[in-house]
Design a protein around this ligand. Structure first.
Ligand code: FMN
Length: 207
């Protein structure tokens, strides 16, 4: 598929068939992710591939339990919203493959200048709008496009991250921060390609 076609063909898919993903397709997707740019080429990321149904259900429970804990005293109207939030936060639970994308703190050259200052690495990271997190976004988008090219559906799921600590414990994260989940599988229906957005609404040319 030409890039100009691929970029519009990629749509979020939330329902998957149980058919497993071919290892060759999975590796193509992972390699595309790892080809993303990163600050100073630091590649501050890792990807955990989860295909074990028991682990995936454990993750789903962790997200639902966390949401229940966060919103225990709500009324019935709010409960309906919470139910929707749960659905969108646990889309991964019906996918054959869940990719957990981690970042590790990025050691920028500027950090070497901080020793004699009262500026912390965290403050610099904040000023620079979290380069390692930005890099994982590029990685995820590459994977979504590669999945589309492989004829697969995918969903980027940040909703699950309300249970970040619990998910990190389940996945055995070491010195890494879970940034997002990506569900991948065979889609149960072919989505419509995306319409390009109106440039005038989103783009400003600065004179
Ligand atoms: C950073 C990010 C987080 C997202 N989190 C979720 C999520 O938690 N659950 C979900 O169902 N979709 C999630 N999505 C998918 C969006 O809802 C989807 O991209 C959007 O509705 C546009 O549809 P499209 O992907 O088909 O263009 C997320 C997308 C992005 C980029």
């Amino acid at each position: 598929m030409e890039f100009s076609e691929l970029v519009y063909a990629r749509r979020t898919v939330r329902r998957f068939t149980p058919e497993p993903i071919r290892q060759a397709s999975l590796e193509k997707i992972l390699k595309a992710g790892l080809a993303a740019p990163s600050p100073n080429n630091s590649t501050p990321w890792s990807i955990s591939v989860v295909t074990n149904g028991e682990v995936i259900q454990k993750m789903r429970h962790a997200v639902n339990d966390r949401l229940d804990l966060m919103f225990s005293g709500i009324n019935s109207e709010q409960k309906a919203i919470l139910d929707k939030v749960k659905v969108f936060s646990t889309v991964f639970a019906n996918a054959p493959v869940v990719l957990a994308v981690f970042s590790r703190p990025y050691q920028a050259p500027i950090h070497e200048l901080l020793a004699d200052t009262d500026i912390s690495p965290e403050q610099v990271g904040d000023l620079r709008r979290h380069p390692e997190l930005q890099a994982t976004g590029a990685l995820v988008q590459n994977m979504l496009l590669a999945a589309t090219e492989e004829g697969l559906g995918s969903c980027w799921i940040s909703g699950a991250l309300v249970a970040r600590r619990e998910l990190e414990a389940i996945l055995g994260a070491k010195d890494m921060h879970l940034e997002t989940l990506v569900a991948i599988g065979h889609r149960d229906a072919q989505p419509h390609p995306k319409e390009p957005l109106d440039l005038e609404l989103y783009v400003n040319y600065i004179p």
